[in-house]
Design a protein around this ligand. Structure first.
Ligand SMILES: Nc1ncnc2c1ncn2[C@@H]1O[C@H](COP(=O)(O)OP(=O)(O)OP(=O)(O)O)[C@@H](O)[C@H]1O
Ligand SMILES: [Mg+2]
Length: 508
C-alpha cells in the first residue's frame, strides 16, 4: 500500500487550565491524509480538549500542532482548513435544511483576481455566487443523503437527520480534516448503529481525514483505521482496532476495550505463570523476570470449557446468559470469576474445567503508577467495596455537576436520578495516597507488607490484605516485610469510573 502523507502532527502537545490541572500531557501523534482516526477514552480524559486545540478553540500550553508540516498552533480557527461537528449540534431552528447548510457559505468571502479599469490586476474579496452556493449545498446534502429534504424545517427532522444536517454543514466548506466530537451520542442505539455505517461511507466518499472522538469502544473498533486510547491526558496506545483489541499494552487498555478477564499473576518459571490458583503455560516473552508480578488478560472467547479435571483450573458454572450465537458463562474458580463464551449449553452449577491456549494469554508488566481495582462495586450507602473492604468515596465524580439527595440517589445537573447500588466500577488510588500505620485500630483495612523496594528517594511497599487484595504504597517511612499495618485512604483520593454507562442506573 502506498504510504500516505502526514496531514496533522501533534508534537509534545500539553494543555493545562488556570486551575493548574494538566488535562493533556505530552501528546504525540501523526495523522495520515484520508485516515479515520479515533481518540477513545473515559469521560474527562482530555479528548474534547485535544480536538479543540486542533480546531483552534484552545491554545496548547506547550508543544506544536502542524498541518502539512506548518505550525498552526497560533492560527485562528476560521483560518484552519478543518471543521468541527460537535456533540450538541446547534442548528438554526428557524431556517430550513438548505439554509442551515448554506449559512456559512453565504458569509464566506474568497480572494479572486480582478482587473480594474486601468488594467491593473488586484486581489478582491468576493462573496460566492448563488449558483456556486447552490452546487456546493446540493453536493453536501447528497453525501449525507438528505437531498430530498432541503426545504424541510430542521425542527421536524429526526435526531439522526438533524445530525446529518450538522455534518453537511461542516463538509460544505470542503475541509481537509473533519473533527467529530461524539457526534452520535445524542442518538438512540439503533440510530447510532445506522449512522456509524453511514459515517464510514461518507468518509470513503469524501476521501478526507476524519478525526473522531468517542468514549464508546465498540464505535471506535467498528469505524476507525487507527485508535488512540487516552487516559488522564496521556496516550496509552495507538494502533489499528485489531492491535488494540488483541495486544492491549496494559490492563487499562485491555479493560477499556471489549470485555476481558484481567488477573494478577506471578512469573513462576520460564514460560510459566501462576494466577487464580494454578500454573499456566504462557508464551516465551522477553523482559519478564522470575517472580515478577504481572497482569494477565484473557478474552472471554479464548477460554475453552472442558469436562471437570481435563483443563488447567477447575470451577463451577455460576451463571449463564443466552447471547444468540453463543452463551456467556461466568465460571467461578476459587473466588475468581472467569467470563467465557461457548456455543454449547451447560447447566448452572455444573463442575467444569477451563484451559487457555498459551498464545491467548496476554502478559503485561504491572502498571505501578496507580492502584487499580477493576472489580470494585458501589454499595447501598455509596461506599466503594474493594476486595471485601468498604471505603468511603465520592460518587458525584461519576457525573459532572451531580450531587446526592437525601435518599442517597445521585442527581444529575438535569435533575435525572441514578441508583448506583451494586454498580460495578473501576476504583483507583494513587500510590502516595495510602497511609500506613502500626495502630491497627485506625484505617479501613489491614494487611501484611509482602514487598519493600527502595526507589531512589522513597520506599515502595506492597501490602496484601486477608482477602488477597494488594495495595502498592509509596512512603518515606521504613517498615519491614511481614509487618502488619493498617491501611487508610481518604474519601477524596479514591478515583472511580463506571464500567457501564451512567444511563444504566437511571430511575424513574
Ligand atoms: N475550560 C476549562 N477550564 C478548566 N478545566 C477544564 C476546561 N475544559 C476542560 N477542563 C477539564 O479538563 C478535563 C478534560 O476535559 P475534556 O472535556 O477534554 O474531557 P473529555 O475526554 O472530552 O470528556 P467527556 O467524555 O466527558 O466529554 C476535565 O477534567 C475537565 O473538567
Ligand atoms: Mg468531551
Amino acid at each position: 500500500m502506498e504510504e500516505k502523507a502526514t496531514i496533522i502532527s501533534l508534537k509534545h502537545v500539553a494543555k493545562s487550565f488556570e486551575d493548574g490541572a494538566v488535562v493533556v500531557n505530552d501528546f504525540n501523534l501523526d495523522v495520515k491524509e484520508g485516515e479515520f482516526i479515533t481518540i477513545l477514552g473515559p469521560s474527562g480524559c482530555g479528548k474534547t480538549t485535544t480536538l479543540r486545540m486542533i480546531a483552534g478553540f484552545e491554545t496548547p500550553s506547550s508543544g506544536e500542532i502542524l498541518l502539512n508540516g506548518e505550525d498552526i498552533s497560533t492560527l485562528p480557527c476560521h483560518k484552519r482548513p478543518v471543521n468541527t461537528v460537535f456533540q450538541h449540534y446547534a442548528l438554526f431552528p428557524h431556517l430550513d435544511v438548505y439554509d442551515n447548510v448554506a449559512f456559512g457559505l453565504k458569509m464566506k468571502r474568497i480572494p479572486v483576481e480582478v482587473t480594474d479599469k486601468k488594467g491593473n490586476k488586484k486581489i478582491k474579496m468576493q462573496r460566492l455566487s448563488n449558483k456556486v452556493i447552490d452546487e456546493k449545498v446540493l453536493h453536501a446534502l447528497q453525501i449525507v443523503d438528505l437531498d430530498e429534504m432541503e426545504d424541510r424545517d430542521v425542527g421536524t427532522l429526526s435526531g439522526g437527520q438533524q445530525q446529518r444536517v450538522a455534518i453537511a454543514r461542516a463538509i460544505v466548506n470542503e475541509p481537509k480534516v473533519l473533527l467529530l466530537d461524539e457526534p452520535l451520542s445524542a442518538l438512540d442505539h439503533k440510530m447510532r448503529k445506522d449512522m456509524q455505517v453511514e459515517l464510514k461511507e461518507m468518509h470513503k466518499k469524501l476521501g478526507i481525514t476524519f478525526f473522531y472522538v468517542t468514549h464508546d469502544q465498540e464505535e471506535a473498533l467498528t469505524m476507525s483505521d487507527r485508535i488512540v486510547v487516552m487516559r488522564r491526558g496521556e496516550i496509552q496506545q495507538v494502533g489499528t482496532p485489531e492491535q488494540i483489541y488483541n495486544e492491549p499494552i496494559n490492563a487499562f487498555v485491555a479493560d477499556f476495550i471489549g470485555e476481558s478477564n484481567i488477573y494478577n499473576g506471578t512469573i513462576e518459571a520460564p514460560k510459566r505463570v501462576r494466577f487464580i490458583g494454578s500454573v499456566w503455560k504462557c508464551p516465551e516473552e522477553e523482559g519478564f523476570e522470575l517472580n515478577e508480578k504481572v497482569d494477565i488478560v484473557i478474552r472471554p472467547e479464548d477460554v475453552i470449557l472442558l469436562p471437570k479435571g481435563e483443563g488447567i483450573a477447575n470451577g463451577v458454572i455460576e451463571s449463564k446468559i443466552f447471547k444468540g450465537v453463543h452463551y456467556e458463562y461466568i465460571v467461578k474458580v476459587g473466588k475468581n470469576e472467569v467470563l467465557c463464551r461457548d456455543t454449547r449449553n451447560h447447566e448452572v452449577g455444573k463442575e467444569i474445567s477451563i484451559r487457555v491456549e498459551p498464545d491467548n494469554l496476554q502478559l503485561m508488566h504491572k502498571d505501578f503508577t496507580i492502584n487499580q481495582y477493576v472489580d470494585a462495586l458501589i454499595d447501598n450507602a455509596n461506599n466503594v467495596i474493594i476486595g471485601e473492604d468498604t471505603f468511603q468515596c465520592d460518587v458525584t465524580q461519576l457525573l459532572k455537576g451531580s450531587s446526592l439527595d437525601d435518599q442517597g440517589y445521585l442527581v444529575g445537573p438535569d435533575g435525572k436520578k441514578y441508583d448506583l447500588k451494586n454498580a460495578p466500577v473501576v476504583a483507583e488510588v494513587p500510590l502516595d495516597k495510602v497511609a500506613l500505620s502500626d495502630d491497627l485500630s485506625i484505617g479501613q483495612t489491614q494487611g501484611k507488607i509482602i514487598s519493600a523496594v527502595w526507589i531512589g528517594d522513597h520506599w515502595q511497599y506492597i501490602i496484601r490484605t486477608d482477602d488477597d487484595e494488594d495495595f502498592v504504597v509509596n512512603s518515606p517511612y521504613t517498615w519491614n516485610v511481614y509487618d502488619l499495618v493498617s491501611i487508610q485512604i481518604e474519601k477524596a483520593d479514591i478515583l472511580l469510573r463506571l464500567k457501564k454507562g451512567i444511563e444504566e442506573y437511571v430511575i424513574d
